[in-house]
Design a protein around this ligand. Structure first.
Ligand SMILES: Nc1ncnc2c1ncn2[C@@H]1O[C@H](COP(=O)(O)OP(=O)(O)O)[C@@H](O)[C@H]1O
Ligand SMILES: [Mg+2]
Length: 391
């Protein structure tokens, strides 16, 4: 995608990534954005109208708008003015939300409160899939319902890393069908997995599927899969900056990107291109994770096998948080081969690194979406409609 300059249109597009989790729609389509202006020097002002003045989602929406716009190229400052809808506006927004809720009930639309996190990298082999699988497993074992979408159509590896085999079932009639994800319960939570590797058994069939899917792979995997309620959807991306990345930006503009890189600066430069692409595609980059950072041998000596500081340097360069680093540890590879992610075995030192990253994701980087009940209650009171909730 070509470089974009900052306009009201790019701001509006980015705002489509901000979803009111209770009304199940983005703030632009809901008519909550009253005014957008872009002043000289990249100062953006947004006027937001909330359904009710005391809405507890107020600070969540504000924070989301700030984060989304703050990561757009060219933005120097974001000012948000918050107002309250008139009775007339509220009526319109509620009827749209009602329509959406009904539509969602008949389709496989992804739950609006699912937090979508794509794990991306500039090149293959940096450990993107290993990181994704370990983070997903750790989130599930803490009680979250986690979708895991293996969007690496050609190089899928998620099924093997989780010890999943066989084929996914399709449910429904010929015209209205949906793929049912493979479910793996973990602790109090569960993983729901969809991968090319679970869609076909014979290589010939796999190639046919790929031909069908490649163009719109992400759309299919999101719209034709009965994900059910999710707290998180983690997407293991193919390396680089191709069609699949763009497809995800189009299908789920609320996606946030975690970039995985290895320490060498060279690798980080490749990763910087991904960051750039993510921003130009108006996906928010939420943070950087460094993988294969250090190696500690059996004698306790720590080596910086591939140099150091690449992840932090990249995070600084693109102005996003450095989330943490994962050491080089054969347990990661062994866990991948055995179908049991290393993070599930706390005796592996590398498990602590993954868990530390998950702590930061939950607390700060991509916290789970809270359903405060303000607009949903209002909706129920007005119309007696019950809004599907995340859990
Ligand atoms: N932290 C790590 N320590 C040791 N080996 C790792 C680590 N992360 C990944 N690997 C290994 O590196 C290889 C590539 O990892 P993978 O997750 O498939 O990368 P990607 O998805 O980026 O192509 C795999 O063999 C994997 O087991
Ligand atoms: Mg991979």
């Amino acid at each position: 995608m070509a470089a974009t300059s900052l306009t009201e249109e790019t701001v509006l597009h980015a705002l489509r990534g901000v979803v009111d989790p209770e009304l199940g729609d983005d703030v632009v389509d809901l008519g909550m954005v009253r005014r957008v202006s872009v002043a000289e020097g990249g100062r953006v002002t947004v006027e937001l109208a909330l359904t009710v003045a005391s809405c507890p989602l107020r600070s969540q929406l504000r924070g989301d708008v700030k984060a989304r716009l703050g990561s757009l190229p060219g933005v120097e400052g974001v000012q948000i003015e918050v107002g309250t809808m008139s009775a007339e506006e509220r009526k319109a927004v509620m009827s749209r939300a009602r329509w959406k809720a009904r539509q969602r009930a008949d389709t496989n639309q992804l739950s609006p409160s699912a937090r979508v996190v794509a794990v991306a990298s500039g090149k293959g082999g940096v450990g993107k899939s290993s990181v994704t699988v370990n983070l997903a497993a750790s989130l599930a074992s803490r009680g979250y319902t986690v979708g895991l979408l293996d969007a690496d159509i050609w190089g899928f590896s998620v099924p093997r890393m989780l010890g999943l085999e066989g084929r996914l079932e399709a449910e429904g009639t010929k015209d209205e069908w949906a793929i049912v994800p493979a479910v793996r319960p973990l602790g109090e939570g569960q993983l729901k997995v969809v991968s090319m590797g679970l869609l076909s058994e014979s290589e010939g069939e796999a190639i046919m599927w790929r031909g069908l899917l490649l163009n719109r792979a992400v759309q299919h995997f999101i719209q034709d899969v009965r994900w059910g309620p999710l707290d998180y959807l983690l997407v293991d991306m193919p390396p680089g900056t191709g069609d699949i990345q763009m497809g995800l930006a189009r299908t789920l503009p609320r996606t946030e990107v975690l970039i995985v890189t290895t320490p060498p600066q060279a690798a980080a430069r490749v990763a910087a291109r991904v960051a750039d692409m993510a921003r130009k595609g108006w996906l928010r980059v939420a943070g950087v994770i460094e993988n294969m950072s250090t190696f500690t041998c059996d004698h306790g000596t720590t080596y910086e096998l591939f140099g150091s500081g690449g992840g932090q340097a990249l995070a600084d360069e693109i102005g996003v948080p450095f989330v943490g680093s994962v050491p080089f540890d054969p347990a990661v590879a062994a866990g991948g081969d055995a179908g049991r992610p290393a993070v599930l075995d706390p005796s592996h030192p590398v498990a602590a690194a993954f868990m530390g990253i998950v702590d930061r994701l939950l607390e700060e980087i991509v916290p789970p979406v809270e359903m405060s009940g303000c607009t949903a209650r209002l909706l129920e009171r007005m119309e007696g409609v019950s809004v599907p909730s995340a859990r």
